[in-house]
Ligand binder design. Structure first.
Ligand code: SF4
Length: 387
């Protein structure tokens, strides 16, 4: 591959490769895939539904984690219609530990749309797939190519890294224009035959050889074609603009127990942890020591009813998500003595017993906060508020 681009201005760098080089890359990568591909339960799968589920799971979750969950999910939801007929709560519950729950909600909505369509099966072309919830460019390309053999690229973070190294791209990969240029080259690279295998080969190369920090260039089937290997710039690619640090937020939550049941509330379906269950609480910007006393008392009354009062802090757990660093602060409350009150439940609030907590869809972060709070109470670690 010519190296003349290395000194060009990043705005001018052309990311297109000549057709003869594309043919070489395809042939070498497919040959490598035929002998080196990872053995995974969804490899060789022909059922579009099962391929779709695997791709949704793999989109933002490590392969090791998906391996432990894929078969179980499919044994519970065997087909698109069984997924469509299941309540969202059952799907969220089965999704626990995989994270990014919006994927499960989209999977459910898309299954319902497919089940209501005259064909009752996934559309076979990219354009129709792209109309379904959760089918962004990556998912559309992956399902269209792997399940239906359509010539379409599936460009995820791994593929972006491989491509920007192969092309020694100096253009930051996180601007829309540069990302589009890489996606266009990725589209051009996909061969007319075996497009699904080619996409999976790119993913495997990114996951097992072209690693972010320690790429195994000497074992790479594309080393001779790789421009950043030739230029000695491998570890400088992909170029990224500086990311904003995640925003600090504090979630104050109430631990309210009546006999053996814990008050839990269900989040709105849209947004972070949508549709999941959690302790009642509210979010504030920044990492905070204590909530404002008046705000806390007012929230306590509104969320739990008259007479409930906050008495102390029992746990602090922090978790970093993509855009937020969340500090959960769990505060213990006391029930009013005079009136026991009714144990009211609805589809948004319940009194959950221990066995309910096992089956309710609850995010991993929230489970950690509940576990920490429960242990602190057992160990007598409550920090009581001063009056
Ligand atoms: Fe990645 Fe190295 Fe292969 Fe280039 S030679 S594609 S940098 S593993």
């Amino acid at each position: 591959m010519a190296n003349s681009r290395a000194n060009t201005n990043s705005r001018q760098q052309d990311l297109r490769t000549p057709p003869s080089l594309r043919r070489k890359i395809r042939a070498k990568l497919l040959r490598w895939y035929d002998t080196e591909k990872r053995e995974l339960p969804w490899r060789g799968e022909t059922d579009p539904y099962r391929i779709w589920v695997s791709e949704v799971m793999l989109q933002q979750t490590r392969v090791d984690t998906v391996l432990g969950r894929y078969s179980q999910f499919l044994s519970r939801f065997r087909s698109i219609s069984s997924l469509a007929d299941a309540p969202l709560e059952a799907i969220l519950s089965e999704w626990q530990g995989l994270g990014y729950y919006s994927r499960a909600r989209n999977l459910h909505r898309a299954a319902q749309l497919v089940a209501e369509s005259p064909e009752r099966q996934l559309p076979r072309d990219r354009r129709s797939l792209a109309l379904l919830p959760g089918f962004g460019p990556y998912m559309t390309g992956a399902v269209a190519s792997i399940a239906f053999g359509e010539r379409a690229a599936a460009v995820d973070g791994n593929v972006i890294r491989v491509l920007s190294r192969l092309l020694d791209s100096e253009r930051p990969v996180d601007t829309p224009a540069n990302k589009r240029a890489l996606e266009e080259e990725a589209e051009a690279l996909v061969p007319p035959s075996r497009p699904g295998d080619f996409n999976q080969a790119m993913m495997d190369l990114g996951s097992t050889v072209c690693l972010p920090k320690r790429p195994l260039c000497r074992a790479c089937p594309l080393a001779r074609e790789c421009q950043s290997f030739a230029m000695g710039t491998v570890l400088l690619r992909p170029v990224k603009t500086k990311k904003k640090p995640p925003k600090n937020v504090t979630v104050f939550q109430l631990w309210a127990k009546r006999r053996i049941a814990l008050r839990m509330v269900r989040r709105e379906e849209d947004g972070l942890f949508g549709g999941m269950w959690e302790l009642p609480g509210w979010m504030e910007d920044g990492h905070r020591e204590r909530p404002d006393k008046k705000t806390l008392e007012k929230f306590c009354q509104n969320a739990l009813g008259p007479g409930w009062r906050p008495v102390g802090e029992i746990a602090r757990v922090s978790r970093t998500l993509t855009h937020r660093k969340i500090l959960f602060v769990v505060l213990n409350t006391l029930a009013p003595k005079e009136k026991p009150g009714r144990f009211r439940s609805s589809d948004k609030t319940i009194w959950a017993k221990e066995e309910d907590l096992v089956t309710l869809p609850i995010s991993t972060a929230q489970r950690a906060a509940i576990k920490a709070a429960s242990k602190a109470l057992e160990d007598g670690q409550e920090k009581l508020f001063e009056n």
